[in-house]
Write a protein of this length. Sequence first.
Length: 297
Amino acid sequence: MNVVITGGTGLIGQRLVSRLLALGHEITVVTRSPNDAQSKLGDRVTLWQGLNNRSTLDGYDAVINLAGEPIADKRWTAAQKERLCRSRWELTQRLVDLINASHTPPSALISGSAIGYYGDLGEVVVTEEEPPHNEFTHKLCARWEQIACQARSDRTRVCLVRTGIVLSAEGGMLHKLLPLFRAGLGGPTGNGRQYIPWIHIEDMVNALLWLLDNPLHGPFNMTSPYPVRNEHFAHTLGRVLHRPALIRVPAAAIRLLMGESAVLVLGGQRALPKRLEAAGFEFRWFELEDALRNLLR
């Protein structure tokens, strides 16, 4: 297949590009920094510096849209919220316009979203049918998904990947936590009862390949079948690292540090990958401790 990817230099994108190349696919990555992308992805990848000089996506079999400003790196000021929205909505709209302008459009658009689509739902078991809580992350993701769905036709199917917390030693939440936990300073945050909808990076990439290879459409929770509470996550990570994990970070301190975006840490979703499993996808990493030991071996 000839596949166009946005976000190809990100945590998920780099691993996905590597797998697709190994499977013999031809990959084109849309990037703002071609030199940086080439250093990360190698010479076998075709690089486009943006999409402004494209009029169609004729000749391409699929689009995987993973780009977006990192949501947890900065406080959610009004300006930062605008950046978060624009980085997702505008690029997705441009891809949709190119797909709709094509005489032979790609047969699939696999477009990013996040488990934050549902908002903070506490103890509720969250499948793809669960009504969301109307907060910023929902508004961000809902509009993102609505734009992607404009590409849907009898020639193009659209999959919406509602990604959870992707676990990798190379980036993301786990990478940020490791120095603290290795120093024996880790522990639960807030009351520790909020759910973490985690997924191993390997299962994440395998699930994307599954969606690429099978005639599926609609939203998919990209999470392990067994989400865990924050307290369980902290104690398990401490056990795997052979370090204590007893220093609890008060919710008030998190709110002071992060402002409104503290909901990313103090809230959560008890999300299940109902539609992925119903479609026949098989997870390799079910248990958090096994996943962490694999990633940190």
